[in-house]
Design a protein around this ligand. Sequence first.
Ligand code: CO8
Length: 372
Amino acid sequence: MHSVVISGTGLYQPPYTISNAELVEAFNHYADIQNERLASEIASGAREAIAHSSVEFIEKASGIRQRYVMEKAGVLDPLRMYPRLQARSDDALSMMAEISVAAAQDALARAGKMGADVDMVLCAASNMQRAYPAIAVEVQQALGATGYGFDMNVACSSATFAMEQAVNAVRCGTAKCVLIVNPELTSSHIEWRDRDCHFIFGDVCTAVLIERADTTSTSDVWEIVGTHLATQFSNNIRNNFGFMNRSEDSDSVGRDKTFRQEGRKVFKEVVPIAVAHIEAHLEKLGLTPAQVRRYWLHQANQGMNQLVLKKLLGEASNDRAPLILDEFANTASAGSIIAFHKFNSDLAAGDMGVICSFGAGYSVGSVVVRKH
Ligand code: CO8
């Protein structure tokens, strides 16, 4: 069995930001237009007026201050409220592949590798922009990688679940160097007209290179000590968009065809699941939570991460579990990878860390790493 390491990570940051103030202004403008249009129904009690959103609520409830997006004008247009993206020809690189290649090039450069060194590509994300061919195969071709690629989706846990597949492939010798990309174009799949969730997500792409320890081109690597995945079915985070919508004669733009959640229930149920999962994984490896120098946690909610850390360590600190959601919002599977990418350079040889995702499914994935 080969020893396996993370030899590079990469980040693609979209060109536009939307602040909470911009978001709330657009939402409230939309609400006013709708409430005026439907004034008589609201007056008769047949329908409720759409309530305003607020910057104070968003920051207090989530810790999010802004998000990156691929397109901004469509989202902030009160008569539209979703991105305005150009359809591309079949011959052009798709948007998911394009941002994947950008993040991958960043990871490859840091690892001192070329696209041709990669022999397995995993595109792991919460939404795929088409059914087939797989985005991973498109990325494989664009980078000049060999071997094979496939797409996989475990919502917010897509990246950690892909890491276990990569580790197993490299450990067993079926691949030498695996590229994981997490292109999360969440802005096309959230409901910007629902104040309960319009602030939650942002677009981004991350990449992780996983390879055999004896083939690395850099000494700046993280040994993967163990991976642990778990799922437990829940409808509390759900999206019914799918290829059967037309055949079912259901409304293809209905509210259930975009992201929706019972946020309170998710918070309450997922925190204990994540804490027990991390504790069990560490115990299996002969470690205690206190021996872990840093936790790179899923980035959904500031309070949620603080509670996870308090339950693990007795206290929360940004140093032990850095937050990136204030700048990026929830970027689904990419969140814990962004945190790892931005906040790992200060750790010393031998320091232990945990990358942990939790989200829809429910799904939880933890990856325990040691600085080389
Ligand atoms: N402005 C003002 N008031 C608001 C707003 C708003 N924008 N939104 C809601 N309110 C109101 C509510 O209506 C409610 O009013 P009332 O008390 O009168 O009913 C009040 O504020 C409180 O609302 P909540 O109880 O909903 O507020 P919370 O404190 O629970 O905060 C959160 C809401 C922030 C959503 C919080 O519950 C949370 O973060 N929960 C965790 C959620 C989570 O981790 N989800 C993971 C999902 S991510 C994932 O798994 C990936 C899925 C796939 C990605 C797909 C990409 C598109």
